[in-house]
Design a protein around this ligand. Structure first.
Ligand SMILES: [Zn+2]
Ligand SMILES: [Zn+2]
Ligand SMILES: [Zn+2]
Length: 268
């Protein structure tokens, strides 16, 4: 069966309640014959259902389009393996994270949209903080072809910087942080590093109290925080978007190759 033929078959394999494809196990049949997906069956606890094991076996052999197919997603999803992709699908809609901007667009278009916010896009993730003033802002920077966003809040009373750096990229990166006395740049401390999660990972904000670093910075009134992102240049030859992971099939093939390598090594 080619993709068109499969698609004409799966059109009949929709949940009677949510109308989406029957992609979530267990597939249940209602007393009057309708099939519903596992998600809807969970919500409907008053009815008695019969599990459709044979239908599930058939569904396992098929692949279904992502819910964002009409927005351009070409990924085919397998039965029971939907949530992981749909959570990180770059064709999901998202609201621009810039303050005072309510534009909603597909995530894949966000780097282009952010590049039009000249007021927040910088050459580097670097901020100057007057230590007696509160801040709540966001900046962005494009480094090695990947757009990074940093939301931060500074509380002057506690001398606490809370920040969240995120990469519009499916791969995580690393950052290093240094603090500098803005007026006397030779007074500087390199303090810590961390991980920059990709867009789809929810992580708590990092809290950094700067009180103990102030003597080393000769008690500066303005501190420059420089976040240096360590990432590789996105491969220009493959022309892939840094937001889109390589097709699954490539990774599977790779895993088989690695297993074979181990096998040969152990056999020798
Ligand atoms: Zn359903
Ligand atoms: Zn998708
Ligand atoms: Zn915006």
């Amino acid at each position: 069966m080619n993709v068109e033929e499969i698609d004409s078959v799966i059109e009949h394999l929709r949940c009677a309640t949510c109308k989406r494809y029957l992609m979530w196990p267990p597939i249940m049949q209602k007393p009057h014959g309708d099939n519903i997906c596992g998600r809807c069956a969970l919500k409907d606890t008053n009815e008695v259902f019969i599990r459709q094991m044979t239908l599930e076996e058939i569904l396992r052999k098929l692949s279904f389009p992502c819910k964002n197919e009409s927005h351009g997603c070409k990924r085919r999803l397998h039965f029971g393996k939907v949530d992981r992709h749909e959570m990180r699908c770059v064709y999901n809609s998202t609201v621009c994270p810039a303050m005072d901007c309510a534009v909603s667009d597909l995530l894949i278009n966000l780097p282009q949209h952010l590049s039009e916010h000249a007021e927040i896009m910088k050459a580097q993730l670097k901020i100057d903080i007057e230590i007696a003033r509160d801040y709540k802002e966001m900046i962005g920077a494009t480094i090695n072809g990947v757009t990074y966003m940093m939301q931060y809040e500074y509380n002057a009373a506690e001398k606490m910087l809370c920040f969240d750096i995120r990469g519009l990229c499916y791969k995580k990166a690393k950052y290093y942080l240094s603090l500098r006395n803005t007026a006397f740049p030779n007074s500087c401390v390199s303090i810590r590093g961390g991980t920059v999660p990709p867009y789809f990972q929810i992580r708590p904000r990092v809290n950094l109290c700067i009180t103990k670093y102030l003597p080393a910075l000769e008690d500066s009134n303005v501190v420059t925080f420089a976040f240096v992102i360590k990432s590789r240049q996105v491969n220009k030859h493959t022309q892939t978007d840094p937001l889109i992971p390589p097709p699954l099939i490539v990774r599977r093939r790779l895993r088989v190759d690695i297993m074979l390598m181990h096998f040969h090594r152990n056999a020798n």
